[in-house]
Structure formats: C-alpha cells, structure tokens
Design a protein around this ligand. Sequence first.
Ligand code: NAD
Length: 343
Amino acid sequence: MLLTGHTGFKGAWLALWLCSLGAEVHGLASGEPTSPCLYELARVGEGVSEQRLDIRDADAVRAAIARVEPEIVLHLAAQPLVRRSLRDPAMTYAVNVMGTVNVLEAVRCAGEQVRAFVVVTSDKCYENDGRAQRRFVEGDPLGGHDPYSSSKACAELVTAAYRDSFFDREGAPGVASARAGNVIGGGDWGEDRLVADSVRAVQTHGALRIRNPNAVRPWQHVLNPLSGYLRLAQALHGGEDVARAWNFGPPAADARTVGWIASRLAELWEGALDVELDKDANPPEAPHLELDSSAAEQQLGWRCRWDLDRALGLVVEWHRAHLDGEDMRAVSLAQIERFEQSA
Ligand SMILES: NC(=O)c1ccc[n+]([C@@H]2O[C@H](COP(=O)([O-])OP(=O)(O)OC[C@H]3O[C@@H](n4cnc5c(N)ncnc54)[C@H](O)[C@@H]3O)[C@@H](O)[C@H]2O)c1
C-alpha cells in the first residue's frame, strides 16, 4: 500500500493504523509539516518504508510508484491551509492540482497492479456562498473562493477526468475521491487550525484567539474519515461499483460553531485555556459548511463512530499525555484500538 503525505497529521494517523493492521506501508512525502508533529512523536517512520520527494516532480513520483508496485494508493499529500494558499496560490495549485495529476499519471503508467486509488480532497471543494443552510451532497457544484478550496475542486475534476478517460475499463484501477470535513485529533500542530491553536495556547500559557466564532463547520475525529478512506479502498480493491466521489462527514448534531468548540475545549482543559476574539481583519470564510454522508452510510456501510464531544475529549487526553511525557506511539495506538472496538 502506498500513502502520500504519511508525515502529515492525517497521514501519520493513517500510517500508524495501517501498520497496526499488519499492512505493508510505503510513504511518500516532502517532509514533516510542523515541529512538533505526530509523525515524530509517534515514531511513524518505524513501521513504514519511506521516501522523501516533492509530488510536483512528475518523474520522481512515477519512479517511486513503479518501484513500490502498490496495490492500493491513498493520496493525501497536499498544501492543506487556506491562509497559506492566499499567501502562495501558485504553489498551492502546483502541489494540489499538478501533484494530483502526477500521482494519477504514475498510476496510469504503472500497469494493472494498482487495484484501488483514493484521492483525498476536502469538504471545501463545493461552491459555497454561505447562504445554503443545507448539507452538501456529492452531486452539488464544485467551486471554492480561495485558492486552497478551488485547488481541491480542481483535484476533484482532474480525478474524474482521469477516471472517465483512462480507468473506466476492465482491469483498470478503481479511482475514487473522498471529501471530509474539519478533522481534529491529537498531534495536530497545523497553522491556523482551531484545535491546534488551542494546544499552542495551552503550551505557551497564551490565549486561543478565534476569528469567526459563528462559523459552522462539520467537525469530526480524524479516525472517522480515515475509516471511510479505508472502507473505500477496500471496496475499490474488491471490485465494488464505488469509483466516484464520497462525502465523509459527521451527523448534523456535530456541525458546531467555532465559538462552541472553543468554549468546550476551555471546559475540557479545566482552566488551562483562555479564549479571546481575534479582532484583526481576517480573510472572509464561508459562514456555514455541512456534508451529507448518507451515500457513504448506505452504500459503503460507513458511519461516524466517535461523536464530537468524544473527539474533543480524546484530543485533550492525547495532549495531556504529551505534556506528561508519555510514549505517544503507545497513546496513539491505544486510541486507534479504542476506535476499532467502538465499531
Ligand atoms: N486537516 C483537515 O482538517 C483536512 C480537512 C479536509 C481535507 N484535508 C486534506 O487531507 C490531506 C491531509 O491533510 P493534513 O491535515 O494531514 O495535512 P498536513 O499539512 O498535516 O500534511 C501534509 C502532508 O503532505 C505532504 N506534502 C506537502 N507538500 C508536498 C509536496 N509538494 N510533495 C510531497 N509531499 C508534500 C507533507 O510532507 C505532509 O506529509 C490533505 O489533502 C488535505 O487537503 C485535511
């Protein structure tokens, strides 16, 4: 199995999980996105054969996939931050769009040993003027007002075009995309992410500054969508008719405002987290975003196993363990085991 972006927040959780299941995991990534990061703390590299490369380098990506000969490819590597995409739009498109093209090309050239290919995009790929107070379904128009969101919509279009042009035939790999919402979990130190900012505030005894307290997002524990990616890869590998786009989002009750999440985190940190409103001018963000995941629930048998309150509790538990100097590989694997037991 080949995983791009295995040093990132989601990729590190996924690599750990796959290794715990006994999978042979090959990772491709350009480096660690933050310091500290889950990849280092949970010693993810121990169970993974890995290569550092830039997915903008088409030849390197093609050579890596030809060498590994994976049966399953999960593509997570990306520039995943909205505000960084506003600072560096060209790089964001190059990594998120051409990087995806390069991985698709490498799979196209790899012959028939690849059976399943999952491209991870985002819930932000939908055209969202913020007025729709309804949940997006997979057939809704794609869009994106900022470079990150639109790059993920582009990645969706590129994936669909490759599927229709090159993979829609007997013996070709099944190609699907996965759109998941704001994921939270232990070990995320990503820039401008609410939960990561809260952890930094606790560690530095500063305050968590929130930008859009009324913005609603589909928050969920990172293991929820990862279980969807795995189920999707399994279904594609088994030849099921699932080669298309899928939403993996939480139930409506877990679409909460930024302000609600900040207050709940402050409660869970029991006085160690102060919250204040960021009054600086910030780029506009869609006030409302929710996904309808009924298709994944009904046709893939997927469900969101951990609700938001449990997810927030587990984030704080993970970071308390880190502050207490515990073995974070063991702590992370124990959380994965609890997730599996809640099936
Ligand atoms: N975290 C979220 O809330 C969220 C929500 C929706 C979608 N996503 C998507 O999930 C995926 C993983 O996100 P994440 O939060 O783990 O991101 P992250 O920043 O923690 O990790 C990004 C990974 O991509 C790799 N990468 C970045 N640029 C690269 C390049 N040019 N060449 C090779 N590797 C490169 C990094 O080395 C790292 O392994 C991304 O596709 C992201 O868009 C994330």
